[in-house]
Design a protein around this ligand. Structure first.
Ligand SMILES: [Cu+2]
Length: 281
């Protein structure tokens, strides 16, 4: 066999292997439901924002991967095409100060960043916009290491019990539970009683920090009934890992029924830890 034929068959084989690997990878991804949503802890239809957040996430990955594949391809092509040949000595021809090329590889990344920025910014504004007239307002107070929920319009409160570490895992039923009515716009007013916490319901794909002395807002309209996990996402001390809660998205009747079981009143600033003399003075 001539050396040319040998190189040809080797190339054909490597093309075949690469093709099979690609088809296999695509097949695996196609089968998996999780892959379809970019392995996010949510599925479409959980809140009015969740579908677009999932789309932004998945499309960003596709764009990033396409750019990645193109870049890796060009790198590998350069390595192979411009490798040192036998009987070649010294440095290859040096090409510098190629102005058109330099302008090209400055403008392309700027353009890519602008496209990513545009889509992220549009989406983020839509998510963080506060509703003019929320159906339900809940003042959420993070505290080491639990949560208080004030249902503002109904003047009802639910005070979470501080976590106790006794070596036994806490039962889900004992966790403080935030009730939300399905298909209604909810404004969560996030406050902290002591240190920085972070309000996170993974299934809602939204997370926001809670600072002492400052109120942050999350506006959410849950569209699927069910029970979801919530947790503090900011390391806030010894029992941070126990600072858990649950979210129950229920119909209006069940929501009202739950409110009727709660005490009337409002647990406001007066229960904050008195440790911010600079603000209290
Ligand atoms: Cu915390």
């Amino acid at each position: 066999m001539s050396s040319q034929n040998q190189t040809g068959s080797r190339r054909a084989r490597s093309v075949k292997i690469t093709g099979l690997a690609l088809i296999g990878a695509l097949g695996l991804t196609g089968c998996s439901e999780a892959a379809k949503y970019g392995w996010l802890p949510s599925t479409p239809g959980t809140t009015t924002d969740s579908d677009e957040i999932i789309q932004l996430w998945v499309n960003s990955w596709i764009a990033a991967l396409a750019i990645g594949v193109l870049t890796w391809g060009l790198i590998i092509w350069c390595i192979v095409a411009y490798r040192r040949r036998r009987n070649e000595t010294g440095f290859p021809r040096q090409i510098t100060y190629n102005l058109p090329l330099e302008i090209l590889y400055v403008t392309i990344p700027i353009f890519m960043v602008m496209v990513f920025f545009y889509f992220t910014d549009t989406e983020q504004r839509q998510i963080t916009d506060r509703a003019d007239n929320p159906d339900v307002i809940i003042d959420v107070r993070g505290k080491q290491w639990s949560w208080d929920f004030n249902y503002v319009k109904a003047n009802k409160y639910d005070a979470g019990m501080q976590a106790h570490l006794d070596g036994e895992e806490g039962a889900a039923e004992t966790l403080p539970t935030l009730y939300l009515p399905v298909d209604q716009t909810v404004e969560l007013r996030l406050n902290s009683r002591d240190v920085i916490h972070s309000f996170w319901v993974p299934a809602f794909l939204q997370k926001r920090d809670m600072f002492p002395g400052k109120t942050n807002y999350v506006t959410v309209t849950p569209t699927r009934e069910g029970t979801f996990d919530g947790k503090c996402a900011e390391l806030c001390g010894e029992y941070h890992s126990e600072m858990l809660f649950r979210v129950k998205v229920v119909d209006q009747a069940e929501f009202e029924q739950h409110l009727s079981t709660l005490e009337s009143g409002y647990l406001g600033d007066e229960y904050d830890r008195d440790s911010y003399p600079q603000e209290k003075e």
